[in-house]
Design a protein around this ligand. Structure first.
Ligand code: MIC
Ligand code: SF4
Length: 642
């Protein structure tokens, strides 16, 4: 029986288990990446594990999220990260160099390798045929210490592409079409593997747009084969020697199949407040647009900026619309400046921002009250832009550029003829803002620099046999980590300070959550389907744990958040009968007996309403041991001390 590409790479990296769908496997991790917003916590944890040097083939620490420096906190964290990289043998990508996923694709991603990143959009690397997975910072810290990564062996979905793009349709429309069909939980514990004649029309950066935003389907990762197009890309990045040919077998057996004809795609748009809320642009055409933002790790490659520049050339944006452009990397900026195409953006009225995450994570350029903001980004969750009353829509660079000129949502095909632009044969490679690892003899003497915002890690106790307390909050389906632990310019700088950041837990949902949790001495959260979708931020587990959350009981979980809850000793439980969700209310008094956790069944006693309901979980034996130890850090420390 033939193998999928996913199976081939996972098999080569298998440390424990068998490639049987749904079972637990442990795989070797070749590369890791972190970014600054999750990195500080990841490295505090790496330090706590106590290993002298990273054990991976390659580990990179990027700075791209917290680059708005309104006081000392973010720059202090950058200094901390730089000293950590020097001491422990990592590459350090300096602030201003670009967005981690764009940079990793350009400079480090390698076909056939595994990459674990403390950011949910790590699957961007799948664009060159690697297994690239997003995880919580502690899992990445453990991988840097040489631990394997545990996951449920995913099902493999074949996304079979045929045809080729008509003008004004691009990679973003492909992933929006996937989201339109399967929604934001359609690929939980699945890998989206792209094949078919249509992939031969897609360059690596276009493939990267698709694998990047595959995250929004809940997928473990997304992957393209490594073919001649990959070879050309790596050669253009002066990394031709790193290319290998890697394809699924012709008779590979997939669990599901999705077929998309690129020739038949239309410009698509995700409506507020979910990337899964997809319509055709035509259906919402004519709505006035206050802000257009081009950039983010989904759509900030040279190809994307070139197409935008070619559309904006000689035009002026609407007087009612603000346009921002944040390029993906210095390489992209360098090309745009040298070719003169940056001028078209400037002359059209674009506000050129730093090559960083920026408005995608509410780091500046928040839209005005009630604004309609059209973004080439991958997420439009409530409040994420920094303005709670704003309505964010997600589109391709083509739709964004044409709409910025018109001042309203516009089907880009109305523009007329698609202007031509040329891609370079070779990229302008310059790694002078990436500091390579120091040799061990020099690294040993490096002092770690800690600013006053870096607070010690909180310590948590082993799990008791019985959990008691009140339901502190009951929420609906599709609660994102942006609801649980919001980001933005004010909160992100607190990522290495758990007591402070915990004040903002569930702020967009219920401002009294923090105080109520402390007053009641902690308790429980009840949720619906796909609880914790979105970001990999482990702060959405650590901060609730700090506030005394003991268990989260839901209809279903998103993959990364579930792992983060386990890592920090919060018990993730699900209803056996989903209808029981409606029987419990905020304020109910619960008792959960955990002595039967190993059997997969536990009983919840509701004292307020005087009934019992059955709960279950998907935890492996190792995960139960981690929970019992009070989290993954004490668990690993126990292991190393043995
Ligand atoms: C995001 O896009 O939500 C982030 C910010 O990049 C997060 C990471 C974080 O919260 O620091 C992610 O996607 O994992
Ligand atoms: Fe940065 Fe936005 Fe990409 Fe997250 S989704 S890594 S915030 S650009």
């Amino acid at each position: 029986m033939g193998k999928t590409l996913t199976e081939k790479i996972l098999e080569q990296h298998l440390i424990e288990g068998e490639l049987e769908k749904g079972t637990d496997v442990a795989v070797k991790i070749d590369q890791t990446l972190t970014q600054d917003a999750t990195g500080t916590m990841a490295y505090l944890q790496f330090e706590a594990i106590g290993i002298a040097r990273v054990q991976t083939e390659l580990s990179v620490s990027y700075v791209d999220h917290n680059t708005l420096q309104t006081d000392f906190k973010n720059p202090d964290d950058h200094r901390y990260l730089q000293s950590i990289a020097a001491k422990y043998g990592l590459y350090f990508s300096r602030p201003g160099n670009g967005i981690c996923h764009q940079l990793h694709l350009e400079r480090f991603a390698r076909p056939g390798k595994t990459l674990l990143g403390s950011d949910s959009h790590t699957p961007t690397g799948g664009g060159v045929g690697m297994i690239a997975i997003g995880a919580g910072g502690l899992d990445v810290a453990a991988a840097m210490a040489g631990e394997s990564f545990r996951l449920k062996m995913p099902k493999v979905v074949n996304v079979y592409l045929t045809g080729k793009f008509p003008d004004f349709i691009s990679a973003k429309d492909v992933i929006l079409e996937v989201l339109r069909r399967i929604g934001v939980k359609g690929a939980v514990n699945k890998v989206l593997e792209y094949t078919g004649p249509g992939i031969k029309t897609l360059t690596v950066p276009e493939r990267g747009t698709i694998t990047n935003m595959g995250t929004e389907t809940g997928a473990t990762t997304s992957i393209f084969p490594s073919d001649n197009i990959t070879k050309e890309f790596l050669e253009a990045q002066e990394r031709g020697d790193q290319w290998i040919s890697l394809e699924p077998d012709n008779d590979a057996v997939y669990d599901e199949k999705i077929e998309i004809n690129l020739s038949e795609l239309e410009p698509l748009i995700a409506l507020p407040h979910s990337p899964g809320n997809v319509k055709t642009v035509k259906e919402v055409e004519g709505l006035n647009v206050d802000q257009v933002c081009i950039g983010s790790c989904t759509n900030s490659s040279l190809r994307d900026l070139k197409v935008v520049a070619s559309i904006l050339k000689g035009k002026t944006i609407s007087e009612h619309t603000v346009l921002t452009v944040s390029p993906g990397s210095r390489q992209v900026v360098n090309h745009m400046v040298k070719s003169g195409e940056m001028v078209y953006l400037v002359e059209a009225g674009a506000r050129i921002l730093e090559n960083a995450c920026g408005p995608c994570i509410g780091m500046g350029l928040a839209p005005k009250s009630d604004a309609i903001s059209l973004r080439t980004f991958n997420r439009n969750f409530l409040g994420r832009s920094g303005t709670k009353s704003a309505q964010a829509y997600l589109v391709s660079p083509e739709t964004a550029a044409v709409s910025a000129i018109e001042g309203k949502i516009t089907d880009p095909r109305r523009f007329g003829k698609l202007p031509k632009f040329e891609m370079p044969k070779k990229f302008l490679v310059n790694d002078n803002m990436i500091i390579p690892p120091l040799p061990p003899e020099k690294a040993n003497s490096i002092e770690i620099v800690r600013g006053p915002n870096i607070k010690p890690l909180p310590e948590f106790n082993p799990l008791p046999n019985k959990l008691e307390g009140e339901v502190l909050l009951k929420v609906e389906d599709d609660i994102t980590t942006d609801h649980i632990m919001p980001a933005g310019a004010k909160i992100l700088p607190l990522r290495s300070n758990i007591p402070e950041i915990s004040k903002f837990v569930f702020n967009v949902v219920d401002e009294s959550f923090h105080n109520r949790s402390l007053e009641k001495g902690g308790g429980f959260i009840i949720g619906g389907e796909n609880y914790g979708q979105g970001s990999s931020r482990e702060h959405a587990a650590i901060a609730p744990k700090y506030l005394g959350i003991k268990a989260v009981i839901v209809k279903s979980f998103a993959r990364i958040h579930l792992a983060n809850l386990v890592n920090f000793g919060i018990v993730p439980l699900t209803f056996v009968n989903k209808e029981d969700y409606s029987k419990v209310e905020q304020g109910d008094d619960f008792e959960i007996n955990l002595t039967t956790l190993n059997t997969g069944k536990v009983i919840l006693k509701n004292f307020t309403k005087n009934f019992e309901i059955p709960l279950t979980h998907s935890l492996s034996e190792t995960e139960i041991d981690i929970l019992k130890a009070g989290g993954k850090l004490p668990y690993i420390k126990q292991k190393y001390s043995r």
